[in-house]
Structures are given as structure tokens and as C-alpha cells.
Design a protein around this ligand. Sequence first.
Ligand SMILES: O=C(O)C(=O)C[C@]1(C(=O)O)C=C[C@@H](O)C=C1
Length: 254
Amino acid sequence: MTTHILAKALPAEVVELTAEQMALSALRSEIDSIDDQILELFERRLAIAAQVGKAKDAPTGPHTKLRPDREQAVLARLTAKAEPENKEAVSALWREIVGWGLARQGRLQVHVYAPIDGARAMDAARTRFGAAADIRVVYDAQTALTHAAEGNGVSVLSVSGDDAWWIGLRKEWSMLSVFEGFGPNDTPTSLAVGKIDPPALPTGRRVIVTAGGDAGDGSGARRWGLNTHHGWTLALTDADLGVGDVEGCVGAII
Ligand SMILES: O=C(O)C(=O)C[C@]1(C(=O)O)C=C[C@@H](O)C=C1
């Protein structure tokens, strides 16, 4: 004979929620609903970024898909609209969003050469290119420059070491442009270089490498010296110069 054990329905537990708990739970479901909307929009944005990558053709041969001018415009537009107390958060978040957009076109490979203050340069590179970037340390400037010149990525190089690699931007590395500077206030201690189409450089101070150190400021424009080596000078200027011109312009930074 089989014994049937009937499961006895347990009395429903009565949970008394306090007013605060109810308020908290309502706020969390509001966050869940906002997260759903952000997710949907973010995934749409990623899909469009992938399409942009296909639409955007390199001018001549392999160039990085990174467009500093466009990134500058995206960030400037949104931080201008954001509430003052949110500007920093908006800027950091959109760096990440744009970084993942770029990754849809191929993950950005970043080489960092910074023998003196490596941790600071790595930190700056991560903040600039976001979690989506594949960042690695390299131990000589030539490796970093070769990587950038291949056009599949970019490099961040310290300007404060013994190796005056930046002189090469006027010589064997003239296909590379500086498009970003990292460092305190107005004085970058490392620069990002890449095979960037000159019209896609950010609008801002021009980076110049000059022999003798007196070109590029005939207009009386402000100048910031960054380094000198064997008669060559690395500096920033407000003068409106074009990359590759006789004034020694090798790029632009914000
Ligand atoms: O506008 C482009 O060219 C894009 O590839 C899109 C996008 C973005 O996600 O907004 C991504 C990478 C570029 O560096 C700039 C902007």
C-alpha cells in the first residue's frame, strides 16, 4: 500500500515593509527601468559604430580608425549640455562609450613607452582610451613608434626620458602625428602618436619639433617648451600651423 503524503500549503509569510524599504524598492525599480533603456541605446550605438567603421575608409593604406577630432566634438557637445556637477562623470563615461564604439571597428592596440614614470603614463593611457583598449608596456621607443607606424594602433611615449624619439617625427617617423598629451596642467610629460589623417587631429595647441628652437612663433603666439636635445626643441604653440609644414608642426593636442 502506497502512502500519499500531501504537501500542506504553508501560510503565506506576511512581510511588513517599512516606508523606507518601499521607497528604496521603488527607486531601485526606477533604476532597473533606466538601465534597460540605457542598455538598449548603448547596444544600438555599438551597432552604429560598427557601421561607421565600414563607411570610414582610410585615406591611404592602413590608418587607425581612431578619430580624435570626432571624439573631441562628441565629448565637448555632451559636457557642454551636462549639469555642472555631472560634467566630470559625463566626460569619463563617454570616453568609455566611445572607446567601446571604436573597439567595434577593431580593438585599439596601445603601446606605452615610459621608462621614468610608467605607472602614470599607463594610467593616463587607460583613462584616455578606456577599458576597451588593449594596452601594453614596451621598453624602447622604436618598438612603440614602429607599432604606431604600422597603422593598426597608437602609442604613448614619455618625453622626459633620455631617448629624444620625438626628433624622429621630423625624419623617419614623419607619417606619425601627435594627437594627445598627458601630464599636469599645460605641460604634457607623455604624448600619444598615431597614423592619424591630419584633418582628424583635434583642434588645439600645435606640437612642433624645431631645429634651433626658434621657428613656429613668428606670429608672437604663446609657446610651451617641453624638451630640448642636441639643438632640437619639442614645444607646443598656439600658432595655427599645418602638420608637415616648414614650421615643424608634427601634430595637435587639446
Ligand atoms: O565617428 C566615428 O568615426 C566613429 O568611429 C564613432 C566613434 C564613436 O563611438 O563616437 C568611435 C571612434 C572614433 O574615434 C570616433 C567616434
